[in-house]
Design a protein around this ligand. Structure first.
Ligand SMILES: [Ca+2]
Ligand SMILES: [Ca+2]
Ligand SMILES: [Ca+2]
Length: 244
């Protein structure tokens, strides 16, 4: 395979595996907002990467509140691996490993009759995902569609979390919180990902035809000048009885 074809194959393969195929790759997967006693220092938010590639969280942010998502905001950082959970918050909890250890300030809303919400914002300030929890979304908190969303889950009692249990947006109250793990399926690889550049290697006959044509043209020109050079006209066998 020529260097040109090899380079072409590698570049095309790299392009295909770097293209995002899942529009909603980064999800809020669990929230623990109500700790027995005081909440301060014990709250956390868990994200899940449903993409087949790792995601750099730089530029992403969380916004949370009741009237809107501006009661509190938090700039994110770190790398979340494909199919991995990423836990943000604490830092006073015992037995939890935080990927981004910090104390939410102000604390996350505890919901009730009026639903509260947490939204994940992209580097371009678009809502990537949101969870609305409580009884009624009377403040018309937006979801990932950009429109006022339906309540995703009810209000969790102290010590429980709210947990996403499907990629399609089903949530439940979880009495045994699962920071860093969860029930979501592993990301699917994009279809038709070429394993190597070899898929793009041309058939040998395709490579030979231009050279054969050039040799035939040169021989024809020599004959037109009065010479005879039959050796320059190649004879090729295609293995099916045909020759050229
Ligand atoms: Ca706090
Ligand atoms: Ca709280
Ligand atoms: Ca979890």
């Amino acid at each position: 395979m020529s260097k040109l074809h090899s380079l072409y194959g590698r570049c095309l393969a790299a392009l295909l595996i770097s293209l995002p195929f899942n529009a909603q790759a980064l999800l809020i997967s669990e929230v623990y907002y109500d700790h027995p006693g005081v909440d301060n220092g014990f709250e956390w938010v868990e994200l899940y990467n449903n993409n087949h590639l790792a995601i750099d969280l730089s530029g992403y942010s969380l916004g949370y509140g009741g009237d809107d998502y501006t009661t509190g905001s938090l700039a994110l950082s770190g790398i979340i691996a494909s199919g991995a959970y990423f836990v943000i918050g604490g830092p006073s909890n015992i037995g939890i490993t935080f990927d981004l250890s910090l104390n939410f300030n102000p604390d996350l809303q505890n919901s009730g009759t009026d639903a509260d919400g947490i939204a994940l914002f992209s580097p371009t300030a678009q809502i990537v995902d949101a969870v609305i929890y409580g009884a009624v979304n009377i403040n018309d908190l937006l979801d990932e569609t950009g429109l006022p969303g339906a309540v995703d889950v009810g209000d969790a009692p102290a010590g429980s979390s709210i947990e996403r249990i499907s990629l399609t947006g089903l949530w439940q109250i979880q009495s045994a919180p699962t920071p860093g793990t969860g029930p979501l399926p592993q990301p699917q690889l994009p279809p038709q990902t070429p394993p190597t550049g070899e898929l793009f290697e041309p058939a040998p006959l395709t490579l030979l035809l231009p050279a054969i044509m050039m040799m035939a043209i040169l021989a024809y020109r020599r004959q037109r000048r009065g010479g005879s050079d039959e050796r320059a006209i190649p004879t090729c066998s295609f293995g099916n009885g045909l020759t050229a």
